[in-house]
Design a protein around this ligand. Structure first.
Ligand code: GSH
Length: 202
């Protein structure tokens, strides 16, 4: 098995943290996006989306999409249950993971893509849309702060994939113009908690 990785990527980090939480080690291959290795014919033959993470299985087949890769490892290594355990908790974790993708990750990513000089010439940019998305991300951080007044982690009392999604999104936000305001004390308490886990350095 091999994991095609991008050290600075948000989705790739989600998979690395997930694997660290599971105590699973998978050899990685760093793909150099600056050299457009992910746009090469060789890479596109492996993943036509041209994105990382990408898991190469021992039978030579490939699996992409960060959450699909995480689900694969959850099935192989059920402990600790990062997608929840039992009908209701699994559904709650799914609900919160989707919310963290749609309400935090995507607006933060959109702010970065539409406003950062890094993406100029690489992606079509709509700065006004980027500003709207950054404002939306901030509003959603404020909402999440009120949610975290009620429980330790995003989906309940245990750490799950929803926390991984949120912490990776917020880490990107800090680096790309959507920082967490220090006044959000519940979010800050949660942030210190999740980033003190050894997996946060994966
Ligand atoms: N939905 C995909 C998104 C994958 C994705 O966008 N990966 C980024 C790195 S985190 C990437 O490969 N970007 C390369 C590019 O945009 O050229 C997933 O969750 O895995």
């Amino acid at each position: 098995m091999k994991l095609y990785d991008l050290k600075a990527g948000l989705n790739t980090r989600r998979v690395r943290i997930f694997l660290a939480e599971k105590g699973v080690s998978v050899p990685t291959i760093d793909v150099d996006m600056m050299k457009r290795e992910n746009a090469s014919a060789e890479y596109l033959a492996k993943n036509p989306m041209g994105a990382m993470p990408l898991l190469e299985l021992d039978d030579g087949s490939f699996l992409s999409e960060s959450i699909a890769i995480c689900r694969y490892f959850e099935a192989l290594h059920p402990e600790p249950p990062l997608f929840g355990s039992g009908a209701l908790e699994e559904a709650r974790v799914e609900m919160w993971n989707r919310r963290m993708e749609h309400e935090l990750q995507l607006p933060i990513q959109d702010g970065f893509v539409h406003l950062s000089p890094f993406w100029a010439g690489r992606r079509e940019q709509a700065p006004e849309y980027g500003r709207q998305r950054q404002a939306y991300a901030l509003q959603r951080m404020q909402w999440l702060d009120t949610e975290l007044a009620q429980r330790r982690y995003i989906a309940g009392e245990r750490y799950t994939v929803a926390d991984i999604t949120a912490q990776c999104a917020l880490l990107m936000g800090k680096a790309t113009g959507s920082p967490m305001p220090a006044t959000l004390t519940n979010l800050e308490r949660w942030w210190k908690d999740v980033t003190s886990r050894p997996s946060a350095r994966a």
